[in-house]
Write a protein of this length. Sequence first.
Length: 331
Amino acid sequence: MSSPLRAVQIGAGAFCEKFHAPALKRLASEENPRISLQAVCDLDLDRAQQFSREFGYAHVYNDFLRMVTEQKPDLMYCMVQPTATAKVLEKLLPIGIPVFTEKPPGVTVAEAERLAELAEQHKVMNYVAFNRRAMPGLLRLNHWAQENGPIRYIRAEMLRSRRLEPEFGVGTAIHSLDCLRFLGGEVREVETRCHPHTGSAARDYLVRLHFQSRAVADLAVLVDCGLTRETYCVQASNRMMEVSLCEPYSCEFCPNGEWIYQDNTLATATAADADPLVAGGFIGEHNLFLDAVQSGRLPNCCLQDARYSLRLAVAVHQQYSGLLSQFQPEP
């Protein structure tokens, strides 16, 4: 039995408190723990101390470089705000210690490219937390698509209520765009239509993707439609599989789970996992990162790949239509 990997964490915000920290605490509390929670760092030292007491971190800091120097960790978790992610990772990646980071990988195409280059240059094992790629239902949808292809069509909906922040396209809709890349492969061309909300900088996005495989996907991102729901559907010849996410990505009264259809029949129906940390992909993505560290094999959800999802999200946010390879982001 191997010793737990020594982990430190940068950032103790609300999202991390609700999802990542409980998942890490569980991994550190198992009979054969995969990690030990050595330290947490936050600019607000009082918050870091409260976080430490709640989740069992051994030490607290408000200087992440000092924390890394003193603790000499095996792993680092970067859980800071999107606008700060690039600046923090630019200092972490040259250290060469495996790092797990929240999405997006920077907020501009240039930042994402720079981080991918640094990760490659320093040969750093890394993982980007696009949690849809670790949700059990979407993992089974991806497997089903590979087994039943070629894929003809993919459809996704990201429905939200009162999500009028102007950066929604890059900050949140990137999850659905990345998931479509996960299911359909590389995107050749994008068509974007935006519907603005009166008196607000918010927009709905209607997106069509053309993949290198010749499959087509449609995505509707509706930011204030009065309902929270997120679904993904893959169609092949005479068969189809659909996945509907559970809370907090869909309202509690929305059906959630997986359905497979063939020959006008419901072939199988599977309920979503009752554990939100499992169903939401949080346990899965942390285990995938630890598997990658222990195997030495770079996961598909890494900075080197995530830059393409960020590029796609920025193109959609800037209402671009055309070949993705020709997209030139606005300053």
